[in-house]
Design a protein around this ligand. Sequence first.
Ligand code: SF4
Length: 470
Amino acid sequence: MSRTRRGTVGMAAAQTLGSGRIPRVPFTKEMKDEYTILAPIMAPIHFAFIKNIFTNAGYRVELLDNCGQNVVEEGLKYVHNDTCYPALLVIGQMLDALRSGKYDLSKTALLMSQTGGGCRASNYIFLLRRALKKAGFDEIPVISFNLSGLEKNSGFRLTLPLIYQMLAGLVYGDGLMALSNQVKPYEREKGAAASLVEAWIARITGQFNRKKGYSMKEMGDNFSRMAADFDAVPRDHVPKVKVGIVGEIYVKYASLGNNNLEDFLASQDCEVMVPGLLDFMLYTLDGKVENHKLYGGGGADARIRAAIGKYIMRMQDVMINAIAAYPDFVPPSRFSHTKSLAEGVIGAGCQMGEGWLLTAEMVELVEKGYGNIVCTQPFGCLPNHICGKGMIRKIRETEPSANIVPIDYDPSATRVNQENRIKLMLAVARENMDKGQGTPKKQKPGDSVPGRLDRSDPRRRWWSRLPSHA
Ligand code: SF4
């Protein structure tokens, strides 16, 4: 349908808020029933839950899966080329979808997350509105998806049950991702793990629809059955190179951002481990708590966030305990443990981008036996270059078995070049595997790792090497 053919709801959308050259089009209550909300996909399993939760709540949400050169070109055309690559891709993907002819543009809205932190991700939404205006789509409402009360829309409200379900969805997403990644490379019948993922997403969505599935008890029961289902998949236990993926949150999870990295690693006969999305949420909550400890102020906010974090960590425990009951599976680490791994390597005050979490995840992967690591780094991302690529030497001082390759993702980087660099890392990994080096799969948090310095070793404490001021 033409963009000029607008109904009454469309006319309402055309009323703009705010002043200045880039107006904000509100998403009103009337739009909720009629509009299709287009949102980018990041982590497919987690986002499938989120989409279903919003569908249950009466929204029409569609996750965008358009990809290809068109997306990059749209991004390059309407987003400044110095901007972070994830912003360029997501905005390009939305513009490409709007031009595809698939949607009635008088009844289409876009959804973009706004982190509210100090990083540029808080401003992607303004870049999107600017791009829409330049491309002639300035009457399309853009909904800010945030938990910090940054922008509000009368037609899009994050109610308490929705937030509960989304949190539970993230925990389920982390559990399903961990289990399927450890079963898929070994399954005898191709597609068995993927079918189980689909079945469990549908089952849990059905429970959410009946206001069930997100109490601790129900989650514990679901995770026990889920782990048992995956454990029952017939598999061949052939040794494979174990590769961890870390990096900036979008390029780490989104196949559009990382050129289908997980598929490429599967084609190279690898087993992949990707740290969960829940840890990123806990990391953002923990930021204010650490800031309070480091700089003072914001005590009430810090206490509230610490309490919410504690509750989420209990949910995480439920998932970890259920998976840990099966010796074949390596469960995700507890957030508190992941955080402790950063001690002596990077300060908890490093909170731009993925901050200390990115460094801690690399140490965690080494600890779990996934020390061959691809560190995905988008163009324009200064904080993650520091906490990712910038920390590799430091990590290798304490974790000599770490075999980390930083890979840059930007519009001009070729897939061939990226894959060749990863292949070099895999060649070293295979050599180590043949020599029996590296770490065993069943490594549990806290076990000693060959060649790794003990946490009490003074060489892990960088401050011990600082010149004395005495
Ligand atoms: S983390 Fe990096 S890519 Fe993401 S907004 Fe910040 S600078 Fe940009």
